[in-house]
Design a protein around this ligand. Structure first.
Ligand code: NIG
Ligand code: FE
Length: 419
């Protein structure tokens, strides 16, 4: 199946063109281009012109590719770049000891966040920015081409604002999470902290974020606080998303649907009413299985959400406490093994689902006009994302048609399927 190259695009061909040829299996996530919900095209080629997908068709048949950078995928699979819609990258220090204690039986609570808050406040801007840059680069090398990042370890007006300003150059979307937990110095006057978040802190942070988030759970904020904070954010021009129902059954999902949040994240403990509310709304259920893996908690019931018709996203939730990984291939593997998602469902959730959770139409798929964000797998099909957990499965990454990550695309070794 092929789509015509727009006349306007032809004029732009040349050095800003990337041709990926010899693709064994191309996952477009566009059912109008190929087979099934993943829109799979076999023996495919794809042309990216000026950052956007301009043409998809049969291998060896790309029109007007003179002067293009050419990648011969040699039978490899190509999938859309991953969209990681949930991460906390602006922090200092780590909590390896807390992780080790947890593996020895200590349960995870929100209480550990305060030690990261202390370290983050003590770090200078350059150190914080370097951590975001390092983790964003790590994510990109494993195929994440769209990265979200939250504040939430500063919890003062100054530290929340600088968490966002140091993160912004390295990520696609920033989220104000002043309502992560009530910091220690406000323990005896939590209402004052909620007022600060909704007032002066929001005012200082809103110019540097497009989203507002609240951790609505045991040890963090209750439903009324979350609702009020999200509404204040919306009044200030931010769009709402929420951490909901991670540690226990609670009001988070209902608040998400009520305020029209783009996404309710975690969704580990859901009632039937929560599942119905998600399925009947535009709120994406974002599952973060690496957090359950690293906190040794029960996994969310993905099949129940899928059967009800909810839209699912998968995200890595990279943070030093509950999930210190940037790897979307790891999350896909865990979602398939532990949450019984099919490899196709998991890949769709890690790409198109993440895009929906960020209300983005230009990423998460490789349909005509989409951003040329793609991952070349060192494998013949997307099934290998779950089938080869922990293996270095990413051969190359391109963002907006420009090779990035580890080495130029054209340098990857030829790959042929062992027969
Ligand atoms: O998404 N749940 C709240 N926030 C993070 C964990 C934060 C931490 O433990 O440092 C999460 O899992
Ligand atoms: Fe989180």
């Amino acid at each position: 199946m092929s789509a015509p190259l727009a006349a306007a695009s032809r004029a732009a061909l040349g050095s800003r063109t990337l041709l990926v040829d010899g693709i064994g299996e191309l996952v477009t996530n566009d059912p109008s281009l190929g087979e099934g919900p993943l829109g799979i095209v076999r023996d495919a080629a794809l042309l990216v012109v000026d950052g956007r997908v301009a043409w998809v068709g049969a291998t060896g048949s790309a029109p007007w590719a003179d002067g293009a950078t050419v990648l011969h995928a040699a039978g490899r699979a190509v999938v859309p770049g991953f969209v990681d819609s949930h991460a906390h990258l602006a922090f200092a220090g780590d909590r390896a000891e807390e992780f080790a204690a947890r593996m020895a039986g200590t349960p995870y609570t929100a209480g550990g966040i305060s030690s990261t808050v202390r370290a983050t406040r003590a770090a200078d801007d350059a150190t914080l920015g370097a951590t975001v840059a390092r983790l964003a680069a790590e994510a990109l090398a494993s195929g994440t081409t769209t990265q979200e990042c939250k504040s939430g370890y500063g919890l003062t007006v100054h530290d929340e604002r600088r968490s966002l300003t140091v993160a912004a150059p390295h990520v696609a979307e920033t989220t104000f999470l002043g309502a992560h937990v009530v910091p220690e110095e406000y323990a005896a006057r939590r209402d004052d902290y909620v007022a600060l978040v909704m007032g002066e802190m929001l005012e200082a942070c809103a110019p540097h974020a497009s989203w507002i988030d609240v951790f609505c759970d045991r040890g963090a904020f209750d439903g009324d606080e979350a609702r009020a904070i999200l509404r204040a954010g919306v009044d200030r021009g931010l769009r709402p998303r929420i951490h909901a129902n991670q540690l226990e059954h609670g009001p988070g999902v209902q608040v998400a649907v009520e305020v029209g949040a783009a996404s309710a994240d975690h969704c580990t403990h859901l009632t039937d009413a929560d599942v119905e509310a998600l399925a009947g709304s535009g709120t994406v259920a974002t599952l973060l299985p690496a957090a359950e893996f690293s906190t040794r908690s029960p996994y969310p019931d993905a099949r129940r959400l899928l059967s009800a018709g909810a839209t699912l996203a998968l995200a890595a939730d990279c943070n030093p406490g509950s999930s210190y990984t940037t790897s979307m291939p790891f999350c896909i593997a865990v979602a398939v093994r532990e949450m019984r998602m099919s490899p196709g469902e998991a890949l769709l959730a890690a790409t198109r689902g993440g895009a929906r959770a960020l209300r983005r139409e230009d990423v998460g798929h490789l349909g005509i006009g989409a951003r040329g964000d793609l991952v070349v797998l060192d494998a013949p099909s997307h099934l290998h994302l779950a089938y080869r957990p922990g293996a270095p499965i990413v051969a190359a990454v391109a963002r907006e048609g420009v090779p990035v990550g580890r080495g130029p695309l054209v340098d990857i070794e030829p790959w042929e399927s062992p027969s």
